[in-house]
Design a protein around this ligand. Structure first.
Ligand SMILES: [Zn+2]
Length: 457
């Protein structure tokens, strides 16, 4: 199958150019100012930007929690992702206590294989770190899983500082990254107790139970752990200025740290919790203050932030109601897998914080390098995989759960206006989204990843 993309502006991290792109048999075979050839399909990208397909570094599809299972599975979640321009998601396969990493990986393949409309890889989230789990790491690498995650919070998942120390050292020797959910478990529980004693159960109390200091303490601790281990660390879903300060200070000491943020932390703030459906914004870390939003945007601008994932972890309002009016029992997470590029384009590029080239780096290239997919993914060049997103910068619309393909009846971005949107998408050389509509589902494949290209090493 030959697909020709004509008349677009090709965007890479190091510049833009007017060029046509020819994809054949899943691979980019030619990029040139004008390509004349017979193709099976021709895409007119006039007036549009052409990016290497976007990579979402942080999704939770078909994840069972103690109370319920996320509303989106790989079937619905990857359809939403690809319509939003994301051609690869990195989902967290999750090793629950009592199961092996291999059990978790097999389980995630069963969830995703044959059901995915964009490509997918897995990080391995571990709830235990001991000699048995450690012995599985090389086997995971041998199966294309080269990144891991640990939690400082959640009783079912949390590990201790010594385990994080040992894991990041062990992973570093193999050029694998370990992401850590940084929050102080004891502090946030003490706050929840205080707030409950004051009669506070409403969604706003969620933000008050885990303010920026609770996250920044976890980040500061991870930075010191990484410094002692002489190993890299990846801070997942960094949300606030205080955490960025800790990252900056650590980098000043020579610590190799990679920072991920999410669209919600650059577009929404704490005031959302006062809305009548405030439960839908209950996620951790919580939405922050205006100064945090600015700090995140400036951090994207000045290169402090390395990549942007959605932390898509969706629940219906009925699932959110499982909290029975107590913020501490509401399932944590929100839907966003479809909306990342249009939000970043509108609120970071058009708002003047970052360039189009930085958008290409933050949404695709940096993740491809750090998670062992470059240069097959993350860049438009001859020989790379034909995962391509044609983005129309001039199609103003308003985000709504009614038009999103997410399998939920709510969106944290309901009624949020955006200026551009995804027009066409190629996954593995197949035109799967045409003029904003999914025309060919289930073209996603498992991405077998290699070692990290540690860009800050
Ligand atoms: Zn997450």
């Amino acid at each position: 199958m030959k697909v020709l993309i004509q008349n677009g502006t090709v965007v890479r991290s190091d510049g833009t150019e007017k060029a046509d792109i020819l994809a054949d048999n899943g691979v980019i075979v030619r990029i040139a100012p004008k390509i004349a050839c017979e193709a099976d399909k021709t895409v007119d990208a006039s007036g549009c930007y052409v990016f290497a397909g976007f990579i979402d570094t942080h999704t939770h599809l078909d994840l069972e929690l103690t109370s319920t299972t996320t509303a989106d599975d790989f079937e619905t979640g990857t359809k939403a992702a690809v319509v939003g321009g994301t051609t690869t998601v990195l989902d967290f396969a999750t090793q629950d206590r009592g199961m092996t990493m291999q059990d978790a990986l097999d389980k995630w393949h069963r969830k995703a294989d044959g059901k995915s409309s964009c490509n997918y890889g897995f990080h391995m989230a571990v709830s235990e770190w001991n000699e048995d789990r450690k012995a599985e790491v090389d086997s995971m690498i041998g199966q294309g899983v080269t990144s891991f995650k640990m939690y400082m919070v959640y009783p079912a998942m949390r590990v201790n500082d010594g385990q994080i120390y040992d894991a990041i050292r062990y992973a570093a020797e193999r050029d694998c990254l370990v992401g850590v959910h940084c929050e102080n478990f004891d502090l946030l529980n003490a706050r929840i107790k205080e707030l409950h004693a004051e009669g506070r159960f409403e969604p706003m109390a969620h933000a008050d139970s885990r303010p920026d200091i609770v996250e920044a303490e976890g980040v500061a601790r991870l930075m010191r752990i990484a410094e002692l281990a002489d190993a890299p660390a990846w801070v997942v879903h960094l949300s606030c200025e205080a955490s960025l300060d800790e990252v900056e200070a650590a980098r000043g000491r020579g610590v190799e740290v990679y920072a991920e943020t999410c669209p919600q932390y650059l577009t929404l703030d704490k005031a959302c919790y006062a809305q009548p459906d405030g439960e839908k914004f209950i996620m951790s870390p919580p939405l922050r203050l205006a100064h945090d939003r600015s700090a995140i945007l400036n951090g994207m601008s000045d290169g402090m932030i390395d990549f942007i994932g959605t932390d898509h972890c969706s629940f219906t309002m009925a699932q959110k109601a499982l909290g029975n009016g107590d913020f501490a029992d509401v399932p944590n997470g929100g839907a966003g897998i479809q909306n990342r590029a249009e939000l970043v384009y509108t609120y970071a590029v058009k708002a003047g914080y970052i360039t189009l080239e930085q958008m290409a780096a933050l949404l695709s290239e940096n993740a491809a390098k750090l998670f062992g997919m470059y240069p097959k993914k993350g860049v438009l060049q001859e020989g790379s995989d034909a995962d391509i997103t044609v983005f129309d910068p001039d199609c103003p619309h308003t985000i709504s759960w009614k038009t999103n393909l997410h399998n939920v009846d709510n969106s944290p971005y309901e009624d949020v206006p955006v200026l551009g949107g995804t027009k066409d998408v190629l996954v593995n050389g197949e035109l799967v989204v045409e003029n904003g509509k999914l025309i060919k589902p289930y073209c996603g494949r498992f991405v077998f990843r290699g070692p990290s290209t540690r860009t800050r090493k």
